[in-house]
Design a protein around this ligand. Structure first.
Ligand code: MN
Length: 291
């Protein structure tokens, strides 16, 4: 057993129950303040950036925005296990992207503590574990712990707070988990997925701790492929699941209650998914809700 800095003996703290008194209205208009939200998507704005596969296998279908090293609100964090874009002004990730297939599964034990991210320079603000203590919110993984169990190091990589947002327990243990489980089932059946998840913020700013911003809802886009992901493998027949799940205090049941199109998520976030895939293909599979 390799010694882990995370420690694995303490019971996992699922967080205190969310205070049901806080209203979370999923109908609140999305913040239009993002510099990437120009009101248009798939207009080729991302094409000037690097090809996703040149950055990481976890961005095999394209970078969803112009995140890069050195941008405090879109700091690109590239690890062997996953890639995140971090917003140090909100102290949460903009998104995490990761590939998922059966080779990601093994017998690693789940880490039990969350850590600050050493890839971020000390001068860049980031969340700390204490921000979440007694906040009423779970430390909600974007790339789930259970998607990275081949080695302990792989699992540890999901426990950096740059992969975490304040998430209601009802979402984390409810529809959000349901969607995670479905993705893992597909991977176990031999499918190859590329997944991107992240927070969506409302017009009203809510924070915990030292300014960790609480999302209004959370999105996930999951592309399902038969082999190793690359843009050429995506066709107009490719299945792409998309959901926007409210970060609500009362929530249960199937994630499909919250299923949307990829284009819905693009409009809500200003991100461009599948940006390395030909626009003609994007315009078919992003406008169609997966079965
Ligand atoms: Mn797109």
């Amino acid at each position: 057993m390799v010694a882990s800095p995370f420690g694995r003996s303490a019971p996992f703290d699922a967080g205190t129950p969310f205070d049901a008194g806080t209203p979370f209205d999923a109908g609140t208009p999305f913040d239009a303040g993002s510099p990437f939200d120009a009101g248009t998507v798939d207009a080729g704005a991302q094409d000037a950036g690097p090809r996703g596969l040149d950055v990481s296998v976890h961005l095999a279908l394209g970078l969803p925005d112009q995140s890069a090293l050195g941008d405090p609100s879109h700091w690109l964090l590239v690890r062997p296990q996953l890639v995140s874009s971090y917003d140090s002004t909100r102290k949460v990730p903009n998104w995490t992207s990761w590939k998922l297939d059966s080779t990601d599964f093994g017998s690693a034990t789940r880490a039990t503590s969350f850590r600050m991210d050493p890839l971020l320079p000390a001068a860049i603000p980031q969340a700390r574990d204490a921000d979440y203590v007694n906040s009423g919110f779970d430390r909600g993984h974007l790339c789930p712990s259970a998607d990275r169990t081949f080695t302990d190091a792989d699992n540890d990589a999901t426990f950096f707070l740059t992969n975490v947002v304040p998430q209601t327990h009802a979402s984390n243990a409810g529809p959000w988990l349901d969607l995670e489980d479905e993705a893992r089932q597909l991977a176990n059946q031999g499918k190859h997925l590329v997944i991107i998840a992240g927070p969506i913020f409302g017009a009203t700013r809510q924070t915990i701790g030292t300014g960790v911003e609480v999302p209004l809802s959370m999105f996930k886009v999951a592309v399902v492929l038969e082999g190793t992901p690359n843009p050429g493998a995506v066709t107009t027949s490719t299945i792409v699941y998309a959901a926007i799940i409210p970060n609500a205090s009362v929530l249960s049941g199937s994630w499909r209650q919250w299923q949307v199109t990829v284009r819905d998520v693009e409009l809500a976030t200003g991100l461009d998914f599948l940006s390395d895939v030909p626009t003609s293909v994007q315009n078919v599979i992003e406008l169609r809700q997966a079965p």
